[in-house]
Design a protein around this ligand. Structure first.
Ligand SMILES: [Zn+2]
Length: 236
């Protein structure tokens, strides 16, 4: 949220912060050097001295507390502030301190891209992620959960199957095995059942097919139990 400078809270000395953030954001990002630096540099700013406040040095907390008390603050360096919008005194203790800050050079214009058809991975047949790879914008696990919870199953199916690694396999319902099929030449054959074969076209996905291929390469046979409500492809 961006505020006008006049709306920012200020101390009794008239110091205004450039940025306000929740202290809860520091431990999760593992940036404990930020509060250390802030506390030590508060004392340094008032005294006009230079100190080493890198995280590689052991911090003497008691010495820092004493230092802050010598310049008229509480031992934790917090002070009271006034609301910039109403001018009223805020009845909470707030910590305010200087900090070195580098802006992250990340802009929407650099990250913006779109593709009608993206490049696909040779092994999984799924889209490649990333602008630099000429790839697509992939749905993450969290996006999938959100779409699932909002009931957009048709859209989910389209994104995760039709637009991803859509692939049909042919299964014989008689023995449950995959069949030898060439649609162009009209070949539909099950080597186990010969003439009794009942072959169905099943939407499957390339990565899924690959998994079953790998299982079969380990001598693990797979049988498919079809819930049949489709037309047999080899009886026309
Ligand atoms: Zn069969």
């Amino acid at each position: 949220m961006v505020y006008d400078e006049t709306d920012m809270p200020f101390t009794k000395k008239g110091v205004k912060p450039d940025m306000i953030f929740s202290p809860m954001s520091l431990p999760t990002r593992m940036t404990m050097s930020v509060p250390f630096e802030s506390v030590i540099s508060k004392y340094c700013a008032y005294k006009g001295i230079i100190k080493d406040c890198t995280i590689f040095k052991q911090l003497d907390r008691d010495a820092v507390k004493k230092d802050l008390e010598t310049i008229g603050f509480k031992s934790d360096g917090s002070e009271r502030m006034f609301n910039g919008m109403t001018g009223k005194f805020m009845d909470v203790e707030i910590f305010l301190g200087p900090n070195y800050y580098q802006t992250l050079q990340k802009f929407t214009n650099d990250a913006l891209y779109s593709h009608k058809v993206s490049a696909t991975d040779a092994i999984t047949h799924q889209g490649i992620e990333g602008k630099s790879n000429n790839g697509c914008l992939k749905l993450g696990e969290m996006e999938v959960s959100v779409l699932g919870s909002s009931g957009s199953t048709e859209f989910l199916s389209e994104k995760l199957f039709d637009h991803s690694d859509k692939f049909d396999i042919y299964i014989c319902s008689n023995c449950g095995k995959r069949c030898i099929v060439n649609d162009d030449y009209g070949i539909y054959r099950c080597n186990t059942c010969k003439n009794d074969a009942k072959i169905y076209k099943v939407p499957f996905g390339w990565a899924n097919k690959q998994f079953y291929d790998e299982l079969e390469s380990c001598n693990i046979g797979c049988r498919f139990n079809l819930n049949i409500n489709k037309k047999v492809v080899n009886e026309e």
